[in-house]
Design a protein around this ligand. Structure first.
Ligand code: GLC
Length: 435
């Protein structure tokens, strides 16, 4: 009788071959699957400055990853000031580094990025939606990010300089916030005399050799109607520039501001104010959130925000600030990166940035959003300030102009250069840059 299964040598060989083939197939499939894995996950890297609340961006990016499986975004933060961040980006982009996909650039820089071809223009990715998409932004931010008809970057948040003041200290002596700089000095002196606190400073503003000091120079100058560049040419009013510098110097000689103001940067003003050591502070929008919610804040509930004082007989003017998302021209994932920065510069994210970090929106209706206003009541009056804030000169040659203004203002405030010599140098350097 034959056994139920015949085990002829041929049948055995066949079985062995099938088993071997299955093994090989399984290994091949495994290998293919392993190879397929990385292409289903796209890794993007984005950069924000140290002062841009990376903590908030990190949280927001987690939401993006959750809504976009297959996308992993690494957040890098660096450069605590505008020019330090720019210095870092200069190195990365000059080297045509492909590892960075998107980064925040200061509102003063799109022209420079366009000229260097460091930013991928966004328009082709927007297709038919372009007009509808871009028209949602505040017009001056759309303009600032458009160079020669190309959208170089997408506005992330707007900014302007304000006068922060200690509501409690002014109320104590029955004073209203000042409308002019001399009035500010008068009130500051009264508060200082009343408080008798040797650590209390009247006014903190920035005169360190940083980008923000360009605005320090321009605020009183603009307030008196001064211009810097008109139709591509230098238009410099020495008298007005001198009066502006004299006003800041007087703040120091009157003891309203500290003698070492030439060492004060943006975040120094924020820290001094937050520690309760300042009556008035000239600062950007991000200060509010930290004054109200910073764990170590000594000024919670004691802060008011108003538009900046004017020069006597002049008008109140602010300096237009803000930051935008640019897609690196060297990114290997441009389409996915554009998708990400579209989201990062959307009304949804703008609202979160305003609520979590008092970063000002680039959409008019986010300014009046009830949830935004609940934590930022000061934003109710901020839109007109942002809308009338003046842009710093828009030109690919902004860098030497910025250097001329900030380095000379810093030197005057440090008493290292006479105003006359500094103004001559400003004129000379800007003329040369625009030649
Ligand atoms: C703020 C502004 C930016 C400005 C910088 C100067 O970050 O948003 O536009 O250049 O301060 O310090």
């Amino acid at each position: 009788m034959n056994p139920p299964f015949s085990c002829s040598p041929i049948a055995i060989r066949l079985v062995i071959r099938i088993v071997l083939m299955t093994g090989i197939l399984a290994t091949l499939c495994g290998a293919m699957r392993a190879q397929a894995q990385p292409s289903t996950q796209t890794n993007l890297k984005v950069l924000v400055g140290g002062q841009h609340r990376p903590d908030i961006f990190r949280e927001l990016l987690k939401d993006y990853e959750a809504a976009n499986p297959g996308i992993k975004v690494t957040l890098e933060s660096g450069g605590a000031t505008s020019e330090l961040l720019q210095r870092y980006l200069n190195t990365v982009l000059t080297a045509r580094d492909t590892s960075l996909d998107a980064f925040l650039i200061d509102v003063v820089r799109p022209a420079q990025y366009a000229a260097a071809k460091w930013a991928e223009p966004i328009d082709p990715y927007l297709g038919n939606e372009r007009e509808a998409f871009l028209s949602r932004y505040l017009p001056q931010y759309r303009t600032a990010n458009t160079i020669d008809g190309k959208t170089i970057s997408l506005p992330a948040f707007s900014d302007a300089m304000y006068l922060y003041y200690r509501k409690d200290l002014l109320e104590k002596i029955g004073e209203q916030p000042p409308a002019t700089w001399p009035e500010l000095a008068r009130i500051a002196k009264r508060v200082m005399a009343q408080e008798k606190d040797p650590n209390l400073q009247g006014l903190s503003f920035q005169a360190k050799a940083i980008e923000g000091t360009v605005c320090t120079f321009l605020l009183p100058y603009w307030s008196m109607g001064g211009e810097v560049v008109k139709d591509g040419k230098l238009q410099f009013d020495r008298q007005k520039a001198e009066a502006g510098l004299a006003m800041w110097r007087q703040m120091v000689s009157d003891g309203v501001s500290k003698a070492n103001v030439s060492e004060v940067g943006t975040d120094d003003t924020r820290k001094e104010f937050q520690a309760g050591r300042v009556v008035f502070g000239v600062l950007w929008g991000y200060g509010w959130n930290l004054f109200q919610s910073g764990a170590d804040s000594r000024v919670k509930g004691k802060v008011g925000v108003v538009k900046l004082p004017a020069m006597p007989g002049g008008e109140s003017v602010s300096c237009m600030g803000g930051w935008s998302w640019a897609v690196s021209a060297f990114s290997r994932n441009k389409a996915e990166t554009v998708k990400l920065v579209r989201w990062l510069s959307s009304p949804e994210v703008a609202k979160q940035l305003a609520i979590r970090g008092s970063m000002q929106p680039v959409f008019a209706d986010v300014f009046t959003d009830p949830q935004v206003l609940r934590v930022n009541p000061w934003l109710a009056d901020a839109l007109p300030v942002v809308e009338t804030a003046r842009p710093r000169p828009v030109t690919p040659m902004y860098r030497p102009i910025s250097d001329a203004l900030r380095l000379n203002t810093n030197a005057v405030m440090a008493d290292a250069r006479k105003p006359d010599a500094a103004l001559g140098e400003i004129e000379h350097r800007i003329k040369r840059a625009l030649r």
